[in-house]
Design a protein around this ligand. Structure first.
Ligand code: NCD
Ligand code: ZN
Length: 336
């Protein structure tokens, strides 16, 4: 049995770090263990210009200093808008890793999102393909809540057929039907700890657990098992860690039912538990870092994280945010 795992430069390729007070809470909790993070653009106002992306990166790096003296990088992405022109995207390219597509109304802060069926989407995708800017997608379409990701599959197939050189990253893959999309060339994915470790019964209850409720919702055991199989055997080179850590204050989570699971400080340990329980520790480096480096063509800051098989008690809260599995115990700890 392996009792120690060392990871070079772990990267969280999908996380919500928010702004202002929440950023000051979350950025240090992220930089403590991760070497880099892809910060999602669903802020208020949304990140929709190179200047906003540059300013957001600077704010994250400033706030992250509280968490660690080790090198840390924040990667940014723009919120997809149909008015982006080729020239605008060419100017933005040096400052971003991707453009993030939000289907309107499908998740937190997605009122500025687009209709995937809007023909205006094609013009932007054509420019992105030409310029080599990856498309990162929240793949959910309107429909019964459990089927939304499956329903989005037709848009992914259409876009990949029309723009064969466009690199597509399906964020927070959750549905067994989507795994087949990874057979398409240039289609990649991120997967969260909650989608690999829990099923719908864990959030639906009873009792309902708002801290495991997110978009896309965690689904059936068959979906979880298909995601594990995709990571371990079917598509191991195409899947990256992307926690979708999405903090909301406890009162908003409970009173307003905001979607999002907060996992930033515990996600490396959670992923280690998933891979080690399956005897796949040797695949963790690729999942946590190497795949992202290759898919996005990035060289993250050099940093080593040492995991040991020792119980870690998850705090009941971090400030006013309740983490996934608050008060529970993990099998792996991070050692300084
Ligand atoms: C995210 C958030 O809170 O910003 N929520 C979520 O449930 N995942 C938005 C998102 O990634 O969909
Ligand atoms: Zn997200």
């Amino acid at each position: 049995m392996v009792d120690e795992i060392v990871i070079d430069s772990p990267l969280d390729m999908h996380a919500h770090l928010r702004q202002d007070e929440m950023l000051r809470l979350v950025a240090p909790l992220t930089s403590r263990s991760w070497a880099g993070v892809m910060a999602m653009p669903n802020l208020s106002p949304i990140v929709d210009s190179p200047a906003a992306a540059v300013a957001y990166r600077a704010a994250i790096l400033e706030a992250a200093k509280e968490g660690s003296d080790e090198p840390f990088e924040a990667y940014t992405t723009l919120y997809f808008q149909t008015h982006y022109t080729r020239d605008f995207l060419a100017d933005a390219k040096p400052h971003i890793l991707s453009i993030k597509f939000y289907p309107r109304g499908m998740t937190t802060n997605s009122s500025h999102g687009c209709d995937p069926a809007d023909p205006g989407v094609y013009d932007v995708l054509a420019s992105m393909e030409e310029l080599g800017i990856p498309l990162s997608v929240h793949p959910e379409a309107e429909g019964y809540y459990h089927d939304r990701e499956e329903l989005f599959g037709k848009f992914v197939r259409d876009w990949v057929r029309r723009f064969p050189k466009l690199k597509v990253i399906l964020e927070h893959l959750s549905d067994r039907h989507s795994v087949a999309l990874l057979d398409l060339p240039n289609v990649h994915a991120t997967i969260t700890p909650q989608h690999l470790m829990t099923t719908g019964n864990d959030w639906f209850g009873p009792p309902f657990n708002p801290h495991l409720y997110c978009m896309p919702c965690v689904k059936r055991p068959e979906d979880r098992d298909a995601l594990l199989q995709a990571c371990f055997s079917d598509h191991p080179a195409k899947i990256m860690a992307g926690t979708d850590s999405a903090p909301h204050t406890e009162d908003r989570k409970v009173a307003c039912g905001c979607a999002g699971v907060f996992s930033a400080p515990i996600a490396i340990q959670l992923y280690a538990q998933v891979f080690a329980s399956a005897g796949k520790e040797n695949m963790l480096q690729a999942f946590l870092s190497d795949n992202a480096r290759r898919i996005y063509g990035i060289t993250p800051p050099k940093r080593t994280v040492r995991l040991v098989r020792e119980p870690f008690a998850i705090p009941s809260s971090y400030g006013n945010v309740i983490p996934m599995w608050a008060g529970g115990t993990l099998e792996w700890s991070i050692k300084a």
